[in-house]
Design a protein around this ligand. Sequence first.
Ligand SMILES: [Zn+2]
Ligand SMILES: [Zn+2]
Length: 283
Amino acid sequence: MVTESTISPAKQQNSPKLSQLNWTHSFLVVSLHAGGLLGLWFWPRPVDLVLFLGLYLATTFAIGIGYHRLLTHRGFVSPRWLRRLLAWMGAAALQGGPARWAAIHRRHHQMADKHGDPHSPLMGFLHAHVGWVMTRDAKEGSDYREIVPDVSGSDPWLRVLDYKVLFVMPWVLTALFCFAVAGWRGVLWGTVLRTLTLWHLTWCINSVCHVLGKRPNMTRDESRNVWWLGLLTLGEGWHNNHHARPAAAVHGWRWYQIDVSGYVIRLLARLGLIRNVVREPQI
Ligand SMILES: [Zn+2]
Ligand SMILES: [Zn+2]
């Protein structure tokens, strides 16, 4: 018989009790996956594909450039209007408010693949991929805006996104936009399936990029570069580079490491729209 004291912390993490569930996130994850199955019956028309691709690119850039490289790692300095735009488009990816996202991700970097990492595959691949989203975070119930006070500062346009469940507002607006343009099938492809696609690709950075791929930099964790995730996430797949130099705004360090978000950041800097870009190592 297995007594509670013989179950490892990792095992406990893999088998969450009902009280450990984050009900809001679990509901969203289950219902969106169920809704996404409708895609098997309702194939996309050209307008649906345009909505899917356009909103996929907008929200992927907003998560990678906005939530991750700007707000979490402060890889460059941005004007307020661009910061707000990136934060609202990032929230339209339905990955929580910017302060919560940044607080959890900073903890990942501090404790990467050690006890306290919110989503290490050492606790199980499925936990690193989606399980951690559906369970309560160690800081759940806290005001994440106070934990990472630099992320949203006193800007009400950012702070509102971390107030209770208001992070869903921009996502609901994208759904309404899709409905206005292309009806329910537009919502299915431009909102539901687009969100699911980016969810799984973002989650792959936490799961696949800590298990498979190359480790050119000897970091003190299991982070890896995965070229195909680099392409699909517009640059986030160069995760071993990123762990080696977290603040660097560009994650692709060699010419063949395609990092489209990095190219956009360089372009914005060249246009004078952003400044103080944290440089990657010259190798
Ligand atoms: Zn990582
Ligand atoms: Zn990071």
